[in-house]
Design a protein around this ligand. Structure first.
Ligand code: SAM
Ligand code: SF4
Length: 523
């Protein structure tokens, strides 16, 4: 498909802004690959772009408001005569549906996260200015993905987007050395507060061979760190031989459902579990120096996964496993499917099998009916687990979730805010102690970027660091952020995307400070 030429060199420029989670970041990367192949160029300047795309997040109202204010600004610019195409992608249009186009006439088209393969057509129609009905300017999944009664998700066109990935290091993180790979799409858990099962559809598991092939291509194009993505990665399970395309190639399949994890594995079928998948990637793609995964679900996280993590040196000892609450009553209202005791049992197992594992989590405060006692139980959970960090969110009632229909949002805003601040304070103290235990140790740091603080120094705004040095920032295998100084920008750029030893000489609640251990560096 050829976009209508506009500039003298026949290209059109796109500004793409991404909101929300890593899934969205990966979607944006795939969108960019797809559109670059069609002749579009991407630019960082929204004011000069011909097309503005927002890849949106719907998880909390605040995230939606942020993007809608951007859309409002573009509405004014369009009214003032700016010729521009505006598209909204991702979870917000999927949740809101076609009425979004009615509410915001400045938006030319909308595209849900499961329909991104249809984006080039929508974009081309908008550019050529064909007058279309609202329904023709919207690509949304609706409830389609939940209607399939077979295991095969062969009609899952999105798989083609992942498979057709350009493996272009330029737009990946850390100069192409770190990449995301999706292992599952969608979610079947229906936590009562969460929009994701509605916006991203039914849980679909990709074939292991496709995942490994993608990892292989990524390392060939320079990646040394791969992060596997899924809403509940430990529920990954692929049954071989039942979902094939006409050429006999395995295709994505619908997730097996929670009851599958209650029973022993069916030995009459060849099944790849999450533990098997991790082991295969580790062994078959040895150029991956760091293998990570997010997000883990506290339920059905069997020891075999922890044992593979322990035994495979290139799998990072890091788990992001949200507890959401420390009160069994609230966990039940949230439909999380585990108790506090089961969560703590999992943490115990993880620390017994992998003693140096670092654990991060998410907490929602102010879920309907949450009392001071419930909240104190959450604080107690945080103190018991000793997370390396915890993301604390204030409950945001979301349209089309069970919670918004069933429960009144009865915890006052101020109380929510107080609870968020209190947990951030307690979490910060614990996180500070966790970080302190690293002082004096040498850690391997995957260098990600010149730290923003250093950039500010060089502009003379803040002089905490010597001006002659540049500060780099990276992550340890346990996902702790570590900063250290090097002598010049040239040296800094040469280290970005590599793993270097750093001696930790100080710490803060969310930071290690260190010195590059030049004696231990492989030259
Ligand atoms: N799949 C992951 C899991 O189950 O842990 C989480 C994915 S969700 C997109 C990311 C985080 O957003 C959740 O862990 C939860 O803490 C938070 N979240 C989701 N819905 C929310 C809501 N309605 N209000 C506040 N926080 C919410
Ligand atoms: Fe949302 Fe729950 Fe699914 Fe996570 S597991 S994406 S919180 S429904």
């Amino acid at each position: 498909m050829q976009p209508t030429p506009k500039h003298h060199n026949g290209t059109r420029s796109i500004y793409l802004e991404t909101f929300g989670c890593q899934m969205n970041e990966l979607d944006s990367e795939l969108v960019q690959d797809q559109l670059v192949a069609l002749g579009f160029v991407f630019m960082d300047d929204r004011d000069r772009a011909d097309v503005v795309l927002f890849n949106t997040c719907s998880v909390r109202e605040q995230a939606e408001n942020k993007v809608l204010s951007r859309v409002g600004e573009l509405g004014i610019e369009k009214k003032n005569g700016r010729e521009i195409v505006v598209g909204m992608l991702g979870c917000l249009p999927e949740r809101e549906g076609q009425r979004l186009l009615g509410r915001f006439p400045q938006v030319d088209f909308i595209c849900g996260p499961s329909e991104l393969d249809r984006l080039p057509t929508l974009l081309n129609n908008a550019i050529t200015g064909i007058v279309l009905k609202i329904s023709e300017r919207a690509a949304l999944q609706g409830n389609r993905s939940r209607r399939s009664s077979t295991l095969s998700a062969a009609k899952d066109n999105l798989e083609l987007l992942d498979l057709a990935r350009a493996f272009n290091p330029d737009h990946r993180k850390t100069g192409g050395r770190s990449a995301y790979v999706r292992i599952t799409r969608g979610c079947n858990k229906f936590c009562t507060y969460c929009v994701v099962p509605n916006t991203r559809g039914a849980e679909v598991h990709r074939p292991p061979d496709s995942i490994i092939e993608e990892c292989q291509k990524l390392v060939e194009s320079g990646a040394i760190e791969v992060t596997l993505l899924g809403q509940t990665v430990n529920h990954y399970r692929y049954t071989h031989g039942v979902a094939l395309n006409s050429e006999g190639r395995e295709v994505p399949q619908i997730g097996p459902g929670l009851t599958a994890f209650k029973k022993p594995l069916d030995n009459s079928q060849r099944i790849t579990t999450f533990a098997n998948l991790l082991q295969r990637i580790h062994d078959e793609v040895p150029k991956i120096q760091r293998l990570r995964f997010v997000t883990s679900y506290p339920r059905d996280f069997q020891d075999d996964i922890l044992e593979v993590m322990r035994d495979c040196p290139r799998i990072c000892n890091y788990l992001h496993v949200p507890a959401q609450s420390g009160s069994n009553r609230i966990l039940q209202l949230m439909n999380r499917g585990y108790t506090v005791e089961e969560y703590l049992d999992f943490i115990d197992r993880a620390r017994t099998i992998i003693p140096d594992v670092e654990i991060a989590g998410d907490i929602i405060v102010g879920f309907p009916t949450e009392t001071d006692e419930d909240f104190m139980e959450t604080e107690s959970l945080i103190r018991t687990v000793r997370f390396k960090n915890n993301f604390v969110f204030s409950y945001s009632p979301r349209p089309s979730t069970v919670a918004i229909d069933r429960y009144m949002d009865d915890v006052p805003r101020e109380t929510k805010l107080e609870r968020v601040n209190h947990l951030l304070k307690v979490g910060g103290e614990i996180s500070g102690e966790v970080h302190q235990t690293y002082e004096g140790k040498v850690v391997d740091v995957f260098v990600e970027r010149i730290s923003p603080k250093s950039e500010r120094n060089n502009n003379g705004v803040e002089l905490r660091w010597r001006e002659s040095t540049v500060q780099l920032s990276g992550r340890t295998p346990g996902d702790l952020i570590c900063v250290f100084d090097v002598y010049s920008k040239k040296e800094a750029h040469s280290l970005i995307g590599s793993i270097v030893p750093v001696t930790v000489i100080g710490s803060a609640p969310l930071l290690l400070k260190g010195i590059l251990s030049r004696d231990n560096m492989a030259i």
